[in-house]
Ligand binder design. Structure first.
Ligand code: G3P
Ligand code: MG
Length: 235
């Protein structure tokens, strides 16, 4: 089940050095020699997938209200920081392909929109990366979303996101035919790591912004880390 992964993944596009989940962030990651980026994908009220983390617009844009209740016309005119626009998922995919970056597409459905979001994102991921040299990796905290991805785009690799992996985490990975375990770096225990190692399952941890913690996690056998500190781990 082993898959090849860069050790470092830029979190939310460009971490904290650029506005999160923007094309500027993705470009910054590539310019600092990152080979992988993670970003969050949600649907607008018109059903268009776009990059944003929160269900509401206030924290990362100059807009307000719920993303899933806002039209494309309004969303794509907002400032997502430093004059950047909220990117459409298709734009982010094209940029990752152009830059040769591995994209970790996190399906981030608004509550109650898990299936609809996964249907759009999974199908589009398969289409947007068809024939790509660097295939993407879909992940989600929503197991319902991952089930949809498994059924609609089985060829796209999947990772299961847990804050803390439950005791039956491997059963879930098997059921979802997922190839990687993604979890909170602070909640990862050695029992889970030993089980992952024994079954050759890569473990990816978010969000690591200290050199000391990164060193310890790699020494414990973690495969890849998501970071906001692109400057600290530039390579
Ligand atoms: O995919 C890893 C990480 O992004 C999960 O947490 O809340 O930053 O999407 P969050
Ligand atoms: Mg994320």
């Amino acid at each position: 089940m082993s898959i090849s992964l860069p050790r470092w993944i830029a979190h939310r596009g460009g971490g904290k050095l650029a506005p999160e989940n923007t094309l500027a962030g993705i470009r910054l990651a590539a310019s600092l020699s990152y080979r992988a980026v993670e970003f969050d994908v949600m649907l607008s009220a018109d059903g268009t997938p776009l990059l944003i983390h929160d269900e509401t617009l206030e924290r990362t844009t100059n807009g307000s209200g719920k993303v899933c209740e806002t039209s494309d016309a309004v969303l794509f005119a907002l400032d997502a920081g430093g004059g950047e626009r909220i990117p459409r998922f298709a734009e982010a995919a094209a940029l990752c392909r152009e830059l040769g970056l591995l994209a970790n597409v996190e399906i981030k459905p608004a509550s109650g929109h898990e299936v609809a979001t996964a249907e759009v994102v999974a199908r589009m991921t398969a289409d947007l990366w068809r024939g790509a040299e660097v295939p993407p990796l879909i992940s989600s905290f929503s197991l319902a979303a991952l089930e949809v991805a498994r059924d609609l785009a089985p060829e796209v690799r999947r990772g299961v996101l847990f804050e803390k992996p439950p005791a039956d985490w491997r059963t879930e990975l098997r059921r979802l035919r997922a190839v990687a375990l993604h979890c909170d770096a602070d909640l990862l225990d050695d029992v889970v790591l030993a089980e992952a190692r024994a079954h050759d399952i890569p473990v990816l941890c978010y969000t690591v912004n200290s050199e000391k913690q990164a060193k310890m996690l790699f020494a414990r056998g973690v495969s890849a880390l998501f970071t906001d500190r692109l400057d600290l781990f530039a390579h």
